[in-house]
Write a protein that binds this ligand. Structure first.
Ligand code: MN
Length: 246
């Protein structure tokens, strides 16, 4: 969501498991198992293929310019032939590279930096954008950050959660915002749930946010009408009016 006008500018593809008996299973419950058992790559590829399909469907039905982010694991990146396979799936989708972003955590990069960084660099060279997910929680150092072929930082939700009305000093957020500006990286705040957080981030100059204050993750089928209606534009206008009224 763009904080200037409240427009939905992109979506992140997230996986949920609708189990026939157990109901909806949260990703924290099965993604770690998928990682341990080596199934994560198949899960990743399935989610990505589905996301490419949905987005090209939206573009065909006139919803232009919607950006897509997909999450990627260290295991998927380490696969033989990953770059070619991934890039050709991307090309088949017909998306513009500018509208597409890969999200990877710092820890995933650090797991196998020698293999992963050159592969990310190759994708970046081919025009894809790369975001560091859950930024600030990993073990990478600032000197690494400069070497990563990254275009975006996603501020981890735990720091956003620290912004509370009774505590005006969210120094980690301020530091990340300043750093992103210095390194000329885009910034997205994750996990925005309250108006206090929203207004604070806006004041700091953060341009993009995502979180429950706007919407819980929704099924792809419901997203289309959300994208058409852009219901958060009025929410943001009301918020701006409330602030200027003091
Ligand atoms: Mn993500």
């Amino acid at each position: 969501m763009n904080l200037d006008d409240g427009r939905i500018i992109g979506v992140e593809a997230l996986v949920r498991w609708q189990h026939p008996r157990l109901g909806l299973i949260a990703p924290d419950e099965f993604l770690s198992v998928a990682e341990e058992t080596g199934l994560i790559t198949q899960v990743d590829e399935w989610v990505q293929a589905r996301a490419f399909q949905d987005v090209s469907d939206w573009h065909r039905s006139g919803l232009e310019g919607i950006r897509l982010s997909v999450n990627i694991s260290a295991q998927q990146l380490e696969q033989d032939g990953f770059v070619e396979r991934f890039f050709s799936a991307f090309e088949r989708s017909g998306m513009l590279p500018d509208l597409f972003k890969i999200e990877i955590t710092e820890n995933a990069i650090m797991k196998d930096i020698e293999v992963i960084v050159p592969r990310l660099r190759e994708l970046r060279r081919r025009g894809l954008r790369i975001a560091i997910d859950d930024f600030g929680t990993g073990y990478s150092s600032l000197s690494y950050l400069q070497q990563f072929p990254v275009s975006t930082l996603k501020i981890d939700r735990s720091f956003v959660g620290d912004i509370r009305a009774d505590q005006t000093d969210a120094s980690i957020i301020n530091a990340i915002v300043a750093m992103a500006r210095g390194l000329k990286l885009d910034l997205i705040a994750e996990g925005v749930e309250t108006r206090t957080q929203l207004n604070y981030l806006k004041l700091q100059g953060c341009k993009e946010v995502q979180g429950f204050i706007f919407s819980r993750p929704v099924p792809a089928g419901e997203l289309k009408s959300l994208l058409r209606q852009n219901p958060f534009m009025s929410l943001l206008q009301a918020e701006a009016a409330a602030i200027s009224a003091g």
